[in-house]
Design a protein around this ligand. Structure first.
Ligand SMILES: NC(=O)c1ccc[n+]([C@@H]2O[C@H](COP(=O)([O-])OP(=O)(O)OC[C@H]3O[C@@H](n4cnc5c(N)ncnc54)[C@H](OP(=O)(O)O)[C@@H]3O)[C@@H](O)[C@H]2O)c1
Length: 228
């Protein structure tokens, strides 16, 4: 960010919140590398000199390593893993097939922290590693239950990132676990509280206001600290 110009890598940007974040950071003058798993017409529509589109599935270690190779010496002020799934989120855990439960855990918890490990050396000095968590990942705030397997996967994500921060504490990383609100996306559904624009504007404000702050924080899109 030497000349004030900012550069982001946003992972899981084919639709929903990832796509909205790409649009927001581009509007704010950032350059953005955005990833998709397969060609996304919505992402293609954002085409500009400031946008590079890459392809990666975060569950595929080979594809993540190949993306890291392609990134080379480029450095980011923000690496943001947004990708996540909510397969059979409404079903009680005892009715969810083991393979489905395991896949949600892998995509939501294991893959983001592996991605963070593979890409932490792409952070520019003072850069931020952000991961999209959820308020449902809070153990302390779980009064109502529901979304059992999804909740557990996001709680695991939070735990993995705290361990990641402890493992690399001497590197002075800046790590954010973010809750975007309950948002009207394919995952959030039509009944959700807020639209994508409200969520991603708030989330981008929180990130920009904290650039360069070291340590780990668990915050919602308004900047409020959440209980672990
Ligand atoms: N919406 C909400 O209310 C809400 C609330 C709290 C937290 N969140 C979290 O916010 C994040 C984004 O949610 P959303 O509402 O935007 O969901 P969405 O509309 O369902 O979008 C999910 C995104 O993740 C990508 N993705 C899924 N698995 C992936 C993988 N293995 N590798 C790479 N990309 C993958 C999808 O790509 P494809 O298009 O290829 O499937 C898509 O771009 C998720 O982590 C979610 O858990 C959402």
């Amino acid at each position: 960010m030497a000349d004030g110009h900012r550069n982001a890598l946003i992972v899981g940007a084919s639709r929903g919140l990832g796509l909205g974040l790409v649009e927001t950071f581009l509007k704010r003058g950032w350059t953005v590398t955005a990833t998709q798993r397969k060609p996304s017409p919505e992402l293609a529509r954002l085409s500009s000199d400031a946008l590079r589109v890459e392809t990666v599935d975060i569950d595929d270690d080979g594809a993540v390593a190949a993306l890291r190779e392609r990134i080379g010496d480029e450095r980011f002020d923000l690496v943001f893993v947004v990708a996540g799934v909510a397969t059979q989120a409404h079903d009680p855990i005892e009715t969810v097939p083991r393979a489905v439960a395991a896949q949600v855990y892998l995509t939501n918890a294991v893959s983001p922290v592996r991605f963070a490990e593979a890409f932490r050396d792409t952070l520019a000095p003072g850069g931020t590693l952000a991961v999209m968590s959820s308020i449902l990942g809070s153990v302390g705030l779980n009064e109502a239950g529901g979304w059992e397997n999804y909740r557990a996967s996001k709680a695991a994500l939070n735990t993995y990132l705290r361990s990641f921060e402890a493992r690399h504490r001497d590197e002075g990383l800046s790590i954010l676990l973010l809750h975007p609100g309950w948002v009207r996306t394919e995952m959030g559904g039509e009944e959700a509280d807020i639209d994508i624009a409200t969520s991603v504007t708030g989330t981008a404000d929180v990130i920009e206001s904290r650039l360069g702050e070291t340590g780990i924080a668990y915050l919602d899109y308004t900047g409020k600290t959440l209980d672990w």
